[in-house]
Design a protein around this ligand. Structure first.
Ligand SMILES: Nc1ncnc2c1ncn2[C@@H]1O[C@H](COP(=O)(O)OP(=O)(O)O)[C@@H](O)[C@H]1O
Ligand SMILES: [Mg+2]
Length: 406
Protein backbone atom coordinates (compact mmCIF):
# COMPACT_ATOMS: atom_id res chain seq x y z
CA UNK A 1 0.00 0.00 0.00
CA UNK A 2 1.38 3.43 -0.95
CA UNK A 3 0.62 6.47 1.16
CA UNK A 4 -0.12 9.34 -1.20
CA UNK A 5 -0.97 12.91 -0.24
CA UNK A 6 -2.61 15.25 -2.74
CA UNK A 7 -2.89 19.00 -2.24
CA UNK A 8 -6.28 20.30 -3.37
CA UNK A 9 -6.41 23.94 -2.22
CA UNK A 10 -10.15 24.17 -3.01
CA UNK A 11 -12.46 21.35 -4.01
CA UNK A 12 -13.22 22.63 -7.50
CA UNK A 13 -14.49 20.36 -10.24
CA UNK A 14 -11.13 20.19 -12.06
CA UNK A 15 -9.25 19.52 -8.81
CA UNK A 16 -11.73 16.86 -7.71
CA UNK A 17 -11.01 14.95 -10.88
CA UNK A 18 -7.43 14.54 -9.66
CA UNK A 19 -8.46 13.64 -6.11
CA UNK A 20 -10.80 11.01 -7.55
CA UNK A 21 -8.04 9.53 -9.75
CA UNK A 22 -5.77 8.96 -6.75
CA UNK A 23 -8.65 7.68 -4.63
CA UNK A 24 -9.53 5.16 -7.36
CA UNK A 25 -5.96 3.98 -7.89
CA UNK A 26 -5.57 0.44 -6.49
CA UNK A 27 -2.82 0.13 -3.89
CA UNK A 28 -3.13 3.76 -2.73
CA UNK A 29 -4.12 5.14 0.65
CA UNK A 30 -4.98 8.77 0.02
CA UNK A 31 -4.50 11.77 2.27
CA UNK A 32 -5.73 15.19 1.16
CA UNK A 33 -4.52 18.63 2.23
CA UNK A 34 -6.82 21.55 1.55
CA UNK A 35 -7.76 25.01 2.65
CA UNK A 36 -11.40 24.05 2.76
CA UNK A 37 -12.78 21.82 5.53
CA UNK A 38 -13.38 18.09 4.99
CA UNK A 39 -17.13 18.66 4.56
CA UNK A 40 -16.33 20.26 1.21
CA UNK A 41 -14.89 16.99 -0.18
CA UNK A 42 -17.53 15.74 -2.64
CA UNK A 43 -19.77 13.19 -0.94
CA UNK A 44 -18.95 10.32 -3.29
CA UNK A 45 -15.27 10.78 -2.49
CA UNK A 46 -15.35 11.32 1.25
CA UNK A 47 -15.14 7.72 2.38
CA UNK A 48 -12.34 7.04 -0.07
CA UNK A 49 -10.15 9.77 1.42
CA UNK A 50 -8.27 8.05 4.25
CA UNK A 51 -7.10 11.24 5.96
CA UNK A 52 -7.63 14.96 5.56
CA UNK A 53 -5.75 17.94 6.93
CA UNK A 54 -6.91 21.53 6.66
CA UNK A 55 -4.35 24.33 6.37
CA UNK A 56 -4.58 28.12 6.39
CA UNK A 57 -2.80 28.47 3.06
CA UNK A 58 -2.55 25.46 0.77
CA UNK A 59 -0.13 27.31 -1.54
CA UNK A 60 2.50 27.69 1.23
CA UNK A 61 5.33 25.16 1.47
CA UNK A 62 5.53 25.45 5.27
CA UNK A 63 1.78 24.86 5.73
CA UNK A 64 1.90 21.83 3.45
CA UNK A 65 5.03 20.54 5.21
CA UNK A 66 3.41 20.78 8.67
CA UNK A 67 0.29 19.09 7.34
CA UNK A 68 2.41 16.24 5.94
CA UNK A 69 4.14 15.73 9.28
CA UNK A 70 0.77 15.57 11.00
CA UNK A 71 -0.58 13.14 8.40
CA UNK A 72 2.53 10.97 8.78
CA UNK A 73 1.61 10.48 12.42
CA UNK A 74 -1.70 8.94 11.44
CA UNK A 75 -0.87 7.38 8.04
CA UNK A 76 2.79 6.45 8.40
CA UNK A 77 5.54 7.53 5.98
CA UNK A 78 4.28 9.34 2.87
CA UNK A 79 5.48 7.84 -0.42
CA UNK A 80 4.37 10.68 -2.70
CA UNK A 81 3.19 14.29 -2.25
CA UNK A 82 1.47 15.69 -5.31
CA UNK A 83 -0.60 18.52 -6.69
CA UNK A 84 -1.65 19.55 -10.19
CA UNK A 85 -1.27 23.34 -10.06
CA UNK A 86 1.74 25.12 -11.52
CA UNK A 87 1.94 27.41 -8.44
CA UNK A 88 2.35 24.33 -6.22
CA UNK A 89 5.59 23.17 -7.90
CA UNK A 90 7.91 24.88 -5.38
CA UNK A 91 5.69 24.66 -2.26
CA UNK A 92 5.36 20.89 -2.80
CA UNK A 93 9.13 20.53 -3.12
CA UNK A 94 9.62 22.57 0.08
CA UNK A 95 7.13 20.39 1.93
CA UNK A 96 8.84 17.22 0.65
CA UNK A 97 12.14 18.50 2.04
CA UNK A 98 10.51 19.32 5.41
CA UNK A 99 8.78 15.98 5.81
CA UNK A 100 11.35 13.70 4.13
CA UNK A 101 9.13 12.69 1.20
CA UNK A 102 10.67 11.45 -2.09
CA UNK A 103 9.97 13.36 -5.32
CA UNK A 104 11.00 16.53 -7.13
CA UNK A 105 13.57 18.59 -5.19
CA UNK A 106 13.47 22.34 -4.52
CA UNK A 107 16.36 22.97 -6.92
CA UNK A 108 14.61 21.19 -9.79
CA UNK A 109 11.30 22.86 -8.94
CA UNK A 110 13.02 26.26 -9.17
CA UNK A 111 14.38 25.39 -12.60
CA UNK A 112 10.80 24.88 -13.74
CA UNK A 113 9.21 27.83 -11.98
CA UNK A 114 11.62 30.71 -12.45
CA UNK A 115 11.62 31.80 -16.08
CA UNK A 116 15.10 33.34 -15.95
CA UNK A 117 16.71 30.36 -14.17
CA UNK A 118 14.99 28.04 -16.64
CA UNK A 119 16.36 29.90 -19.65
CA UNK A 120 19.87 30.05 -18.15
CA UNK A 121 19.87 26.30 -17.50
CA UNK A 122 18.57 25.59 -21.01
CA UNK A 123 21.02 27.96 -22.71
CA UNK A 124 23.95 26.44 -20.79
CA UNK A 125 22.83 23.01 -21.95
CA UNK A 126 22.82 24.15 -25.58
CA UNK A 127 19.01 24.12 -25.86
CA UNK A 128 17.76 26.89 -28.18
CA UNK A 129 15.89 29.60 -26.25
CA UNK A 130 15.14 33.29 -26.83
CA UNK A 131 17.82 35.68 -25.61
CA UNK A 132 16.69 36.99 -22.27
CA UNK A 133 17.56 39.27 -19.38
CA UNK A 134 16.51 39.33 -15.76
CA UNK A 135 15.67 43.02 -15.42
CA UNK A 136 16.40 44.54 -11.99
CA UNK A 137 16.68 48.19 -13.12
CA UNK A 138 15.75 50.51 -15.97
CA UNK A 139 19.37 50.29 -17.18
CA UNK A 140 19.05 46.49 -17.54
CA UNK A 141 16.07 46.88 -19.84
CA UNK A 142 17.66 49.60 -21.97
CA UNK A 143 20.87 47.63 -22.45
CA UNK A 144 18.85 44.52 -23.38
CA UNK A 145 16.81 46.54 -25.92
CA UNK A 146 20.05 47.93 -27.35
CA UNK A 147 21.29 44.36 -27.79
CA UNK A 148 18.23 42.63 -29.29
CA UNK A 149 16.11 45.53 -30.63
CA UNK A 150 12.31 45.90 -30.46
CA UNK A 151 9.99 44.11 -30.11
CA UNK A 152 10.79 42.51 -26.78
CA UNK A 153 8.49 40.55 -24.48
CA UNK A 154 8.34 41.30 -20.77
CA UNK A 155 6.67 39.24 -18.05
CA UNK A 156 6.83 38.44 -14.35
CA UNK A 157 9.49 35.78 -13.59
CA UNK A 158 6.84 33.38 -12.30
CA UNK A 159 3.95 34.40 -14.56
CA UNK A 160 0.97 32.22 -15.35
CA UNK A 161 -1.73 32.20 -17.99
CA UNK A 162 0.05 34.96 -19.92
CA UNK A 163 -1.09 37.39 -17.21
CA UNK A 164 0.98 40.57 -17.34
CA UNK A 165 2.90 39.43 -20.43
CA UNK A 166 3.51 42.40 -22.75
CA UNK A 167 5.07 42.96 -26.12
CA UNK A 168 7.10 46.19 -26.18
CA UNK A 169 7.43 47.84 -29.58
CA UNK A 170 8.95 51.22 -28.72
CA UNK A 171 10.82 53.26 -26.09
CA UNK A 172 7.40 54.57 -24.92
CA UNK A 173 6.25 50.99 -24.32
CA UNK A 174 9.48 50.27 -22.46
CA UNK A 175 8.94 53.29 -20.21
CA UNK A 176 5.38 52.21 -19.53
CA UNK A 177 6.57 48.71 -18.59
CA UNK A 178 9.24 50.13 -16.29
CA UNK A 179 6.75 52.29 -14.44
CA UNK A 180 4.30 49.41 -14.19
CA UNK A 181 6.75 46.71 -13.02
CA UNK A 182 9.12 48.99 -11.01
CA UNK A 183 11.95 46.44 -11.29
CA UNK A 184 14.47 46.03 -8.45
CA UNK A 185 16.96 43.32 -7.43
CA UNK A 186 14.33 41.84 -5.12
CA UNK A 187 11.50 42.27 -7.63
CA UNK A 188 12.89 41.62 -11.10
CA UNK A 189 11.02 40.94 -14.31
CA UNK A 190 11.92 38.87 -17.31
CA UNK A 191 12.65 40.40 -20.73
CA UNK A 192 13.00 38.27 -23.85
CA UNK A 193 13.70 38.77 -27.50
CA UNK A 194 10.48 38.39 -29.49
CA UNK A 195 10.29 35.00 -31.23
CA UNK A 196 8.25 34.65 -34.41
CA UNK A 197 6.89 31.17 -35.09
CA UNK A 198 3.95 28.81 -34.64
CA UNK A 199 3.44 28.28 -30.93
CA UNK A 200 3.10 24.59 -30.06
CA UNK A 201 3.12 22.45 -26.96
CA UNK A 202 4.91 19.21 -26.21
CA UNK A 203 3.51 17.02 -23.46
CA UNK A 204 5.97 14.39 -22.27
CA UNK A 205 5.82 11.47 -19.89
CA UNK A 206 9.22 10.88 -18.31
CA UNK A 207 10.07 7.93 -16.08
CA UNK A 208 13.31 8.05 -14.07
CA UNK A 209 14.75 10.58 -16.49
CA UNK A 210 13.73 8.70 -19.67
CA UNK A 211 11.04 10.11 -21.99
CA UNK A 212 8.52 7.35 -22.73
CA UNK A 213 5.65 9.17 -24.48
CA UNK A 214 4.91 12.43 -26.27
CA UNK A 215 1.86 14.34 -27.35
CA UNK A 216 1.64 17.85 -28.75
CA UNK A 217 -0.73 20.63 -29.75
CA UNK A 218 -0.88 23.77 -31.86
CA UNK A 219 -2.03 26.99 -30.24
CA UNK A 220 -4.25 28.79 -32.76
CA UNK A 221 -2.96 31.49 -32.40
CA UNK A 222 -0.42 32.03 -29.59
CA UNK A 223 -1.75 33.28 -26.22
CA UNK A 224 -0.04 36.67 -26.49
CA UNK A 225 -1.73 37.37 -29.81
CA UNK A 226 -5.09 36.42 -28.30
CA UNK A 227 -4.41 38.66 -25.33
CA UNK A 228 -3.48 41.57 -27.58
CA UNK A 229 -6.64 41.17 -29.68
CA UNK A 230 -9.74 41.10 -27.48
CA UNK A 231 -11.95 40.10 -30.44
CA UNK A 232 -10.07 36.88 -31.04
CA UNK A 233 -11.39 33.52 -29.93
CA UNK A 234 -8.70 30.98 -29.27
CA UNK A 235 -8.35 27.29 -30.21
CA UNK A 236 -6.00 24.45 -29.38
CA UNK A 237 -5.58 21.58 -31.86
CA UNK A 238 -4.16 18.15 -31.11
CA UNK A 239 -3.49 16.62 -34.55
CA UNK A 240 -4.13 12.97 -35.30
CA UNK A 241 -0.65 12.40 -36.77
CA UNK A 242 1.57 11.46 -33.84
CA UNK A 243 4.44 10.99 -36.31
CA UNK A 244 4.22 14.47 -37.90
CA UNK A 245 7.90 15.43 -38.39
CA UNK A 246 7.13 19.04 -37.39
CA UNK A 247 6.55 17.61 -33.91
CA UNK A 248 8.87 14.60 -33.85
CA UNK A 249 11.86 16.65 -35.04
CA UNK A 250 11.42 18.68 -31.87
CA UNK A 251 11.52 15.68 -29.52
CA UNK A 252 15.33 15.59 -29.15
CA UNK A 253 15.25 19.28 -28.14
CA UNK A 254 12.46 18.54 -25.67
CA UNK A 255 14.45 15.63 -24.20
CA UNK A 256 17.61 17.74 -23.85
CA UNK A 257 15.62 20.50 -22.15
CA UNK A 258 13.88 18.20 -19.66
CA UNK A 259 17.10 16.43 -18.81
CA UNK A 260 18.94 19.75 -18.26
CA UNK A 261 16.16 20.94 -15.94
CA UNK A 262 16.29 17.68 -13.96
CA UNK A 263 12.96 16.06 -14.83
CA UNK A 264 12.76 12.60 -13.26
CA UNK A 265 9.24 11.15 -13.29
CA UNK A 266 6.22 13.09 -14.41
CA UNK A 267 4.09 14.61 -17.12
CA UNK A 268 5.44 17.93 -18.37
CA UNK A 269 3.94 20.67 -20.50
CA UNK A 270 6.37 22.53 -22.75
CA UNK A 271 5.53 25.56 -24.89
CA UNK A 272 7.76 26.03 -27.94
CA UNK A 273 7.98 27.96 -31.17
CA UNK A 274 8.13 26.06 -34.44
CA UNK A 275 10.14 27.95 -37.02
CA UNK A 276 9.87 26.40 -40.47
CA UNK A 277 13.30 25.80 -41.87
CA UNK A 278 14.83 27.29 -38.75
CA UNK A 279 15.72 26.16 -35.29
CA UNK A 280 12.74 25.62 -33.06
CA UNK A 281 12.91 27.45 -29.75
CA UNK A 282 11.83 26.31 -26.29
CA UNK A 283 9.61 28.89 -24.60
CA UNK A 284 8.82 27.44 -21.18
CA UNK A 285 8.12 24.14 -19.42
CA UNK A 286 5.84 23.24 -16.54
CA UNK A 287 6.51 20.11 -14.49
CA UNK A 288 2.80 19.39 -14.17
CA UNK A 289 -0.16 18.31 -16.28
CA UNK A 290 -1.03 20.85 -18.99
CA UNK A 291 -3.86 23.35 -18.79
CA UNK A 292 -5.67 24.95 -21.76
CA UNK A 293 -7.94 21.87 -21.82
CA UNK A 294 -5.04 19.79 -23.12
CA UNK A 295 -5.70 16.97 -20.59
CA UNK A 296 -9.21 16.38 -22.01
CA UNK A 297 -7.86 16.77 -25.57
CA UNK A 298 -5.28 14.05 -24.91
CA UNK A 299 -8.01 11.93 -23.39
CA UNK A 300 -10.21 12.26 -26.49
CA UNK A 301 -7.38 11.80 -28.98
CA UNK A 302 -5.97 8.70 -27.27
CA UNK A 303 -9.22 7.38 -25.80
CA UNK A 304 -7.78 6.93 -22.32
CA UNK A 305 -8.33 8.62 -18.97
CA UNK A 306 -5.25 10.84 -18.83
CA UNK A 307 -5.83 11.96 -15.24
CA UNK A 308 -5.91 8.34 -14.07
CA UNK A 309 -2.77 7.59 -16.12
CA UNK A 310 -1.02 10.57 -14.55
CA UNK A 311 -1.93 9.40 -11.04
CA UNK A 312 -0.54 5.93 -11.77
CA UNK A 313 2.62 7.45 -13.25
CA UNK A 314 3.26 9.65 -10.22
CA UNK A 315 2.68 6.93 -7.63
CA UNK A 316 4.02 3.77 -9.27
CA UNK A 317 6.29 5.22 -12.00
CA UNK A 318 4.22 3.20 -14.47
CA UNK A 319 2.74 4.41 -17.75
CA UNK A 320 1.25 2.29 -20.48
CA UNK A 321 1.81 4.55 -23.56
CA UNK A 322 -1.48 5.02 -25.40
CA UNK A 323 -1.61 5.34 -29.21
CA UNK A 324 -3.30 8.29 -30.83
CA UNK A 325 -6.55 7.36 -32.51
CA UNK A 326 -8.17 10.70 -33.33
CA UNK A 327 -7.56 14.40 -33.73
CA UNK A 328 -9.13 16.63 -31.09
CA UNK A 329 -9.47 20.34 -30.61
CA UNK A 330 -10.99 22.91 -28.31
CA UNK A 331 -12.57 26.23 -29.27
CA UNK A 332 -12.80 28.82 -26.52
CA UNK A 333 -15.77 31.19 -26.54
CA UNK A 334 -14.79 34.65 -25.45
CA UNK A 335 -17.08 37.58 -25.01
CA UNK A 336 -16.18 41.01 -26.27
CA UNK A 337 -16.51 44.14 -24.21
CA UNK A 338 -17.24 44.34 -20.51
CA UNK A 339 -19.85 43.19 -18.06
CA UNK A 340 -21.71 39.91 -17.97
CA UNK A 341 -22.85 37.41 -20.56
CA UNK A 342 -26.16 38.73 -21.93
CA UNK A 343 -26.59 36.52 -25.01
CA UNK A 344 -25.12 33.68 -27.02
CA UNK A 345 -25.38 33.94 -30.78
CA UNK A 346 -24.88 31.39 -33.52
CA UNK A 347 -25.35 28.28 -31.40
CA UNK A 348 -28.02 26.77 -33.64
CA UNK A 349 -25.96 27.30 -36.75
CA UNK A 350 -22.85 25.86 -35.08
CA UNK A 351 -24.85 22.91 -33.84
CA UNK A 352 -26.19 22.24 -37.33
CA UNK A 353 -22.77 22.48 -38.98
CA UNK A 354 -20.42 20.79 -36.53
CA UNK A 355 -22.62 19.59 -33.66
CA UNK A 356 -22.00 15.93 -34.55
CA UNK A 357 -18.27 16.40 -33.86
CA UNK A 358 -18.70 18.02 -30.45
CA UNK A 359 -17.89 15.56 -27.66
CA UNK A 360 -17.88 17.90 -24.68
CA UNK A 361 -18.75 21.52 -24.01
CA UNK A 362 -19.28 24.13 -21.35
CA UNK A 363 -21.32 26.94 -22.78
CA UNK A 364 -21.23 30.43 -21.33
CA UNK A 365 -24.20 30.98 -19.02
CA UNK A 366 -26.33 34.13 -19.18
CA UNK A 367 -25.37 36.37 -16.28
CA UNK A 368 -21.90 34.87 -15.94
CA UNK A 369 -19.25 37.59 -15.37
CA UNK A 370 -16.61 38.25 -18.03
CA UNK A 371 -13.72 35.80 -17.57
CA UNK A 372 -10.40 37.17 -16.32
CA UNK A 373 -8.25 35.13 -18.73
CA UNK A 374 -7.97 35.12 -22.51
CA UNK A 375 -9.70 31.75 -22.74
CA UNK A 376 -13.10 33.32 -22.21
CA UNK A 377 -16.38 32.15 -20.74
CA UNK A 378 -16.91 28.72 -22.30
CA UNK A 379 -15.59 26.09 -24.68
CA UNK A 380 -16.42 23.14 -26.92
CA UNK A 381 -14.28 20.09 -27.72
CA UNK A 382 -14.51 18.42 -31.12
CA UNK A 383 -12.94 15.24 -32.36
CA UNK A 384 -12.64 13.28 -35.61
CA UNK A 385 -10.35 10.82 -37.39
CA UNK A 386 -9.08 13.62 -39.62
CA UNK A 387 -7.08 16.60 -38.42
CA UNK A 388 -8.38 18.86 -41.21
CA UNK A 389 -11.98 18.10 -40.23
CA UNK A 390 -11.25 19.08 -36.63
CA UNK A 391 -9.42 22.21 -37.75
CA UNK A 392 -12.34 23.28 -39.95
CA UNK A 393 -14.81 22.59 -37.15
CA UNK A 394 -12.80 24.78 -34.77
CA UNK A 395 -12.79 27.57 -37.34
CA UNK A 396 -16.56 27.23 -37.78
CA UNK A 397 -17.14 27.30 -34.04
CA UNK A 398 -15.14 30.45 -33.39
CA UNK A 399 -16.53 32.25 -36.42
CA UNK A 400 -20.15 31.28 -35.67
CA UNK A 401 -20.53 31.38 -31.90
CA UNK A 402 -20.51 34.87 -30.37
CA UNK A 403 -20.72 35.66 -26.69
CA UNK A 404 -22.33 39.03 -26.10
CA UNK A 405 -21.36 40.87 -22.94
CA UNK A 406 -23.15 43.90 -21.60
N1 LIG B 1 10.00 35.47 -26.21
C1 LIG B 1 8.75 35.46 -26.70
N2 LIG B 1 8.51 35.75 -28.00
C2 LIG B 1 7.25 35.78 -28.50
N3 LIG B 1 6.16 35.53 -27.76
C3 LIG B 1 6.32 35.22 -26.46
C4 LIG B 1 7.62 35.15 -25.86
N4 LIG B 1 7.47 34.84 -24.55
C5 LIG B 1 6.15 34.70 -24.35
N5 LIG B 1 5.45 34.91 -25.48
C6 LIG B 1 3.99 34.85 -25.65
O1 LIG B 1 3.39 35.17 -24.40
C7 LIG B 1 2.67 34.06 -23.88
C8 LIG B 1 2.83 34.00 -22.37
O2 LIG B 1 4.19 33.87 -22.03
P1 LIG B 1 4.73 32.67 -21.15
O3 LIG B 1 6.19 32.82 -21.01
O4 LIG B 1 4.25 31.38 -21.71
O5 LIG B 1 4.07 32.98 -19.74
P2 LIG B 1 2.96 32.23 -18.89
O6 LIG B 1 3.72 31.48 -17.85
O7 LIG B 1 2.16 33.34 -18.33
O8 LIG B 1 2.21 31.28 -19.79
C9 LIG B 1 3.23 32.86 -24.62
O9 LIG B 1 2.30 31.82 -24.67
C10 LIG B 1 3.52 33.47 -25.99
O10 LIG B 1 2.32 33.58 -26.77
MG1 LIG C 1 3.01 29.90 -20.95
Amino acid sequence: MKNVVFVAPLFRETTNRYVRAFADLPGVRLGVISQEPAVMIPKDLRDRVHAHYQVANAMEGADIGHACKALQRSMGPIDALLGALEQLTIPLAQARAMAGIPGMSIAVAQNFRDKATMKDVLRNAGVPVARHQRVTSAADLWSFVAEVGFPVVVKPPDGLGAAATWRLESPEDANAALSRFQPSPSDPFQAEEFVVGQENTCETVTIRGQPVWHSGTHYLPGPLEVLENPWMQYCVLLPREADDPDFTSFHPVNTAALSALGMQTGLSHMEWFFRKGGKSVVSEVGARPPGAMIMPLMQHAHQVDMVARWAELMVFERFDPPTRKLAAGVAFFRGQGLGRVVALHGLDKAQEEVGSLVVDRKLPVIGQPKASGYEGEGWAIVRHERTDVVKDALKKLISTVRVELG
